[in-house]
Ligand binder design. Structure first.
Ligand SMILES: C[S@@+](CC[C@H](N)C(=O)[O-])C[C@H]1O[C@@H](n2cnc3c(N)ncnc32)[C@H](O)[C@@H]1O
Length: 242
């Protein structure tokens, strides 16, 4: 995935999405950030290096956590970033520990959205902000909806209304919601071009069968984006009450 998305990233928006979220939330330098679904640490490293943030990442996959911690040491920023294995729905952190809770195209994989938003809320200081981008199901009634959930490994893909309701019910004031579906569709076209351009390298490292599976899945996802079945959005919300 890194070969087609970009170094440090397991999501197609990669560093461009990190930069957009920084702007959207107007991230202050030096903020304490919790990155939920931190993957290989691409956004955490960017926030630490460019914004002097102290970032705690959490990810379900121990392999990702170990690799992200290793890279933090190599980059010499182990004092600013740390990654822990754990589940977003039961965060191993104290209440009110972070200024910002961050999510970059990871929350689609977390089925219990209510627990996710509740845990994000608990972890934030009052007045702190939640900022995330995510893949969204735009047409749940479509015959292809189940296939989209399967291919994207997201059994409970969110939608705008569900996220807005959950955040409001939890004690967030939603400041911004941006529909980024068109950007995602364009980004996915570029992902497919990069995938085709790197075919020889991917085949050499992983074999033709893996390449074909990845290509087929990525083509399906692009079609889902361009047909309007799948979309994406970015959200900013402030914790206004306990
Ligand atoms: C598509 S990747 C995105 C990673 C990273 N945010 C990025 O932009 O590169 C999704 C990540 O979410 C993690 N994840 C999935 N379910 C999770 C859960 N319940 N709790 C914590 N992390 C989870 C996965 O292990 C994976 O690393």
């Amino acid at each position: 995935m890194e070969m087609i998305y970009g170094d440090g990233f397991l999501s197609p928006g990669a560093v461009g999405t990190t930069q957009s979220l920084i702007e959207l939330v107007q991230l202050p330098d030096g903020a304490t950030v919790l990155d939920i679904g931190s993957g290989l640490g691409g956004s955490a490293f960017y926030l630490a290096e460019r914004k002097a943030c102290v970032v705690q990442g959490i990810d379900l996959m121990e392999m990702n956590v170990a690799e992200a911690n290793r890279r933090a040491q190599v980059l010499g920023i182990g004092d600013l970033v740390a990654f822990t294995a754990g589940n977003a729905t039961a965060l191993p952190f104290d209440d009110e520990q972070f200024d910002i809770v961050w999510g970059q195209d990871a929350w689609c994989h977390i089925d219990d959205k209510k627990a996710l938003i509740s845990e994000a809320h608990r972890s934030l200081v009052t007045g702190g902000s939640l900022v995330f981008s995510d893949w969204l199901l735009k047409d749940a009634g479509s015959d292809l909806a189940e296939e989209v959930r399967k291919v994207t490994a997201s059994a409970n893909l969110g939608d705008v209304a569900t996220y807005l309701e959950l955040m409001a019910a939890q004690g967030f004031e939603v400041a911004t919601h941006v529909d980024t579906s068109a950007e995602f569709a364009e980004g996915y076209r570029q992902v497919l071009s990069r995938l085709r351009a790197t075919e020889a390298q991917v085949v050499e490292r992983f074999g033709q069968k893996i390449f074909d599976i990845v290509l087929e899945k990525q083509q399906f996802v692009l079609e889902a984006f361009t047909s309007g079945l799948l979309g994406a959005g970015s959200f900013v919300a402030r914790k206004v009450r306990l």
